[in-house]
Design a protein around this ligand. Structure first.
Ligand code: PMP
Length: 351
């Protein structure tokens, strides 16, 4: 018998990263274009000097710093190689073969991938006509063997965000059994006071976890570090299924330094969130449909015009993120780059 790989991988959707095109401006991956926070840069260079040694596998210093900052027990935290790795660990930690993993769709494209890799069954629940999570439909789709429910807020790629009352109503109605995972990758850009802090919401509940990342607002996408706040036994199981040493020592040091640079973070997020409102207002004035967004991106549900919009942006040397014939997601960047995008959006309508 010759070697063979898992037959079901034939149907595994590929993760399509935002493209980097030399000479073009990348607005395709919801990164910040400003780099790491200023005070973190030196720490990264210093940490690099120690990479002949293995990193601390328990990520102790970062976990302790996070626990103190968030006022949570360290035993309830799991740190991973980006929050996408934590998504995968959650499925591995929670699901036996064939168990259900629910997620809204369209949402973060890794959810179906980690579900299938983990041997679980995807339960995809379409968004509402307003591009928001359909919480009633999600409640109705819960089965006895649903183990994980991803709730992406703000939702990637549509930007729509759950307000406190609707989220709490949903959590109150979820039956005992599944773990609800609030994916807050874009949390730092939220300005609406009605949007709750996921950890505050999760605190009094034993079936809610929260995912966060240093990839977006903190500007550390290339270092790969994120964390999960979860019920203690879930966090422990996530640590068990983690690839040993997967959070490298530069990432650990940079994440700690980033947590110490709160003022720099807030200033950066304030500017980006204000730019988001400006870009959205200008797009609306041009006649585009743009759902309200609390993230560092806007969603243009252009349907069959999406490929042409994408091509037009590429001609202007702007890389946006097109999803088939659904729409385009565009990252908010500096005022100058946002202006270039707005000019492209305007000329698309003329062309
Ligand atoms: N969750 C959401 C909603 C995301 O959009 C992303 C990144 N695109 C991630 C998680 C993963 O981010 P990372 O692995 O870089 O932490």
């Amino acid at each position: 018998m010759t070697v063979r790989t898992r037959p079901d991988l034939e149907t595994l959707p590929g993760y399509l990263p935002g493209r980097t095109i030399p000479g073009a401006i990348k607005l395709a991956s919801n990164e910040v274009s400003l780099g790491p926070l200023p005070s973190v840069r030196g720490v990264i260079a210093e940490a690099a000097a120690g990479i002949n040694r293995y990193p601390d596998m328990g990520v102790t210093a970062l976990v302790d710093r996070l626990a103190a900052k968030l006022s949570v027990e360290p035993s309830r935290l799991a740190v991973g190689c980006g929050s996408v790795a934590l998504c995968q660990q959650l499925v591995q930690a929670m699901c036996e073969p064939g168990d259900g993993v629910m997620f809204p769709w369209r949402s973060f494209e890794a959810y179906p991938i980690v579900t299938q890799i983990g041997g679980a069954r995807a339960i995809k629940v379409p968004l509402t006509g307003a591009h928001a999570l359909d919480l009633d439909a999600m409640l109705a789709a819960i089965t006895d063997d649903t183990r994980v429910i991803y709730v992406c807020t703000p939702n990637n790629p549509t930007g729509t965000t759950l307000r406190r009352a609707e989220l709490e109503r949903f959590l109150d109605a979820v039956p005992r059994g599944p773990l609800v995972v609030l994916d807050e990758a874009y949390k730092e850009f939220i300005t609406d006071p009605d949007v709750p802090d996921g950890i505050e919401v999760a605190r009094g509940r034993d079936n809610v976890a929260v995912l966060r990342t240093f990839s977006k607002a903190y500007g550390l996408a290339g270092l790969r570090v994120g964390y999960c706040y979860a019920p203690e036994e879930v966090a422990a199981a996530m640590r068990k299924v983690c690839v040993p040493f997967s959070v490298n020592m530069i990432a650990q040091a940079a994440a700690i330094a980033s947590l110490d640079a709160e003022d720099e973070l807030m200033e950066r997020c304030r500017v980006i969130s204000a730019e988001r409102e400006r870009v959205r207002a200008e797009l609306l004035a041009m006649g585009y449909e743009v759902p309200e967004t609390q993230a560092n991106f806007v969603w243009l549900p252009l349907a069959e015009r999406t490929p042409a919009f994408n091509a037009h942006c590429l001609e202007q040397k702007l890389v946006v993120r097109a999803f088939g014939e659904e729409g385009a997601r565009v990252t908010i960047s500096t005022a100058e780059e946002n202006d270039l995008f707005l000019a492209a959006a305007r000329s698309f309508l003329v062309g």
